[in-house]
Ligand binder design. Structure first.
Ligand code: ADE
Ligand code: ZN
Length: 316
C-alpha cells in the first residue's frame, strides 16, 4: 500500500495536529490545556457524530498561534505522507477557525505555504492548497474570507466547504463559490457525509464543484449515483473517519466496495488522521481489499487530482 504512488485529496491540515504536538505548542505558546497529559487528551478521541469531533478539533486549534506552528504542523504531515507513498497532496485549511481567534490570515497562510513550498524538494510531493469555508458560519464571513485570500500573495488551488453539514446546505454559498470559480479557483465541497443526497445535487448544480468530499450517502439516490458515475465525478472517501464518526457502523460494512461496483470514481483519503486512527496508508490497509483494487484506488486518486495531464501520466 505505502509503495503505491498516490494522491491525497481530502486532508484537513488542522486534523494532523497530533496530541504530542498539541502539548508542545501549548507549552511554547503558554496556553493552558484542560487535559493533564497526552493520554488524557487521547482518551477523549471517542466520537458519536461529526459535531462531537468538531468540538474537540476546534478547541485544540487554540494551540496554533504563530506561522511557525502552522509550518511545523504542515511539515510533519508531509513527512508522514511521504512514508505513505503520497506523491501529490491537495490539502484543506480552515482560515476562519484562525482569524476568528485573532490570528492574522497572513501568518496562517505563510506558515502553511512555507512548508508546502519545499515539499517537492524535501519529500517528492507536489502540493496544492484548498481554502475551506466553514459552512456553519455565515455567507458574509465566507465572502470576507474569500476576498482576503484572493488579495493575499499566496497561491491557492481551490475552495472547499466543510464543518457541520446538516442544516447548512451548499445553496447558502452560491455567490461565494461563483466568485471563487471566476477567480480561477477549483471547487470542491463536503457533501453526503452526514447530510442528505440533496446536498450532493446542490453542490454539483449550484456550486458547480468538480469533486465531492465524502459523498457516501449518494448510494441512497439511484439517479444521483447514475449521474456521478456517468460524469465520473470523484468522491474523496475517508473510511476510518466514517467509522470513527459513526457515519458507518464498522469497516466491514463500509460502502466503498459497493461504490466501486457502481462505477463511481472513488478515492481513499485520511480526512483528520490525528483524530481518526490513521494516515492514508492506514486507510488503504483498513479496507482489506485485493491488491488490484488497491492499485485501482491509487490510480483513481491521481486521475481525480487537479494535476495537469503530464504529471498525472508521470505518476500513473
Ligand atoms: N472538518 C474537518 N474534518 C471534517 C469532516 N470530516 N467533515 C466536515 N468538516 C470537517
Ligand atoms: Zn473532511
Amino acid at each position: 500500500m505505502s509503495r503505491l504512488p498516490k494522491a491525497e485529496l481530502h486532508l484537513h491540515l488542522e486534523g494532523t495536529l497530533e496530541p504530542e504536538m498539541i502539548f508542545r505548542f501549548a507549552e511554547r505558546n503558554s496556553i493552558r490545556l484542560p487535559y493533564v497529559d497526552v493520554d488524557e487528551l487521547a482518551a477523549r478521541y471517542r466520537f458519536d457524530s461529526l459535531q462531537s469531533f468538531l468540538d474537540l478539533y476546534y478547541a485544540n486549534m487554540a494551540t496554533l498561534l504563530t506561522g511557525e506552528d502552522f509550518a511545523e504542523m504542515t511539515e510533519a504531515y508531509l513527512a508522514r505522507a511521504a512514508v505513505a507513498g503520497v506523491r501529490h497532496a491537495e490539502v484543506f485549511l480552515d482560515p476562519q477557525a484562525h482569524t476568528a481567534r485573532g490570528i492574522p490570515l497572513d501568518a496562517v497562510l505563510e506558515g502553511v505555504t512555507s512548508a508546502l513550498g519545499t515539499a517537492e524538494q524535501r519529500h517528492g510531493i507536489s502540493t496544492g492548497l484548498i481554502v475551506a469555508i466553514l459552512r456553519d458560519q455565515s455567507a458574509e464571513s465566507a465572502m470576507t474570507t474569500l476576498d482576503a485570500v484572493l488579495s493575499s500573495d499566496v497561491e491557492v488551488l481551490g475552495i472547499g466547504l466543510d464543518s457541520a453539514e446538516v442544516g447548512h446546505p451548499p445553496s447558502k454559498f452560491v455567490e461565494v463559490f461563483a466568485k471563487a470559480r471566476a477567480n480561477g479557483l477549483r471547487a470542491v465541497a463536503h457533501a453526503g457525509e452526514e447530510g442528505p443526497p440533496s446536498y450532493i445535487w446542490e453542490a454539483l448544480d449550484l456550486l458547480q464543484v468538480e469533486r465531492i468530499d465524502h459523498g457516501v450517502r449518494c448510494l441512497e439516490d439511484d439517479a444521483l449515483v447514475h449521474r456521478l458515475a456517468a460524469e465520473q465525478i470523484p468522491l474523496t472517501v475517508c473510511p476510518l473517519s466514517n467509522v470513527r464518526l459513526q457515519v458507518v457502523p464498522d469497516l466491514g460494512r463500509h460502502p466503498l466496495p459497493e461504490m466501486l461496483d457502481r462505477n463511481l470514481l472513488v478515492t481513499v483519503n485520511s480526512d483528520d488522521p490525528a483524530y481518526f486512527g490513521g494516515y492514508v496508508d492506514d486507510n488503504y490497509a483498513a479496507l482489506s481489499l485485493p491488491p488490484e483494487t488497491l492499485r485501482q484506488l491509487a490510480a483513481n486518486s491521481i486521475r481525480a487530482s487537479f494535476l495537469d495531464n503530464t504529471r498525472k501520466s508521470d505518476l500513473l
